[in-house]
Ligand binder design. Structure first.
Ligand code: HEM
Length: 342
């Protein structure tokens, strides 16, 4: 793009013609188009191969149905039901990292990924969890739940948080229901479960990791955030409720600015299945459109001459205008956006 002095270029990757773009209008039109819901075949080939039938790479014809089935597992209510788990993870992390306060360098990426994976699947491997839950559901009179039940369900059923008692449709339950109703095959729920775990744990862990790196590199912003958190949670032992997150506006700015500079998914792509006209753009059949979120997030004409600089204030109400809104897509956009989008 730099060599061509353009934010949209046409190139070849081997035998495959590609449109590579960091243009917010083209990105929006492509991501919002109902004609362009297929993922770019070359780019997503490994994902498709690994998680056949999983949401992330599945052809649009099947995707519409599957996304509709899985969507109820990603409501706000379901998210809130995970708060006991998030809080436990937070406590573990504080305990684990408190011994690292020695002004030396520590590599924390692996521990964050392990933690994030733990939140996603509980202690056991997902296939085991599903089999265990199925067994338990079939034999409800068998009360031996301590060995087989997932961490998530243990915490959910024991918790005093009111919304949990209303049995939110967490993903694993939804997947099992679809299997029992014969809407999903066994292979299907395994692929879908693996997809959810893979798409969620590393993206989230990397986002937390990048945020901590940014804060380590920017002590003033770190101090401001620390004070904001202390105001809301003055005690050493604290429990974070969903509503309390609204009292941490600077945290939002910091996370957004991190996802701008270091998006967990830096490129996404769509496949043009038939000649498609969108606005003034004509996309010929079999072209793949690759959107570089990374470049879009760093355009100097949109984010200013210091676009590479970490400055959470860019996301304040005063500074974050339509131009920036259009060019900030860490969770993609349109109907095939990230299902785990906050
Ligand atoms: C900071 C965290 C995350 C970021 C930055 C992120 C980003 C993205 C992006 C950009 C896409 C679009 C990919 C594409 O068009 O090819 C996507 C898709 C997806 N994400 Fe996330 N994600 C995050 C967390 C999560 C979480 C927590 C979950 C699940 C619990 C999740 C599940 C998915 C799934 C299933 C898809 C495929 C959706 C579809 O094709 O219908 N993600 N994510």
């Amino acid at each position: 793009m730099k060599d061509c002095k353009s934010h949209t270029v046409c190139c070849w990757i081997g035998l495959f013609p590609i449109i590579l773009t960091a243009d917010p209008d083209i990105a929006s039109s492509v991501l919002r188009s109902k004609e362009l819901l297929n993922k770019a075949k070359t780019m997503y080939y490994p994902l498709d191969l690994t998680f056949k039938n999983g949401l992330a790479a599945i052809p649009a014809t099947q995707w519409v149905h599957n996304r509709k089935m899985i969507d109820p597992s990603f409501t706000n209510k379901v998210l809130v039901s995970f708060f006991p788990i998030f809080n436990k993870a937070k406590d573990d992390l504080i305990e684990r990292y408190s011994v690292l306060v020695d002004n030396k360098e520590h590599n924390i990426l692996k521990s964050l990924q392990t933690l994030s994976l733990g939140i996603t699947v509980g202690k056991k491997v997902l296939t085991g969890l599903i089999q265990a839950k199925l067994k338990r559901d079939i034999n409800t009179s068998n009360n031996n739940s301590n060995t087989e039940t997932s961490d998530l369900n243990n915490i959910a059923s024991n918790s005093t948080v009111p919304s949990i008692r209303k049995e939110p449709k967490i993903f694993i339950d939804q997947a099992i229901k679809l299997y029992q109703n014969q809407q999903y095959t066994w292979d299907h729920i395994i692929s879908e479960s693996n997809t959810i775990v893979t798409t969620s744990f590393e993206t989230s862990a990397n986002a937390v990791y990048s945020t901590l790196v940014m804060l380590a590199m920017h002590p003033e912003e770190q101090q401001r955030l620390f004070e904001e958190i202390l105001d809301v949670f003055p005690e050493k032992d604290f429990y974070v409720d969903f509503d309390q997150l609204n009292q941490l506006p600077y945290l939002d700015l910091v996370i957004n600015e991190t996802l701008r500079l270091a998006p967990s998914v830096p490129v996404i792509g769509r496949h043009v299945m038939k000649d498609t006209q969108i606005g003034e753009h004509n996309f010929p059949k079999d072209i793949q459109i690759i959107i570089s979120i990374f470049h879009l997030h760093r355009r100097t004409d949109i984010w200013g001459p210091n676009a590479d600089k970490f400055d959470p204030e860019r996301f304040s109400v005063e500074n974050f205008g339509e131009k920036q809104k259009n060019a900030f897509i860490p969770f993609s956009k349109g109907v095939r956006n990230c299902i785990g989008k906050p």
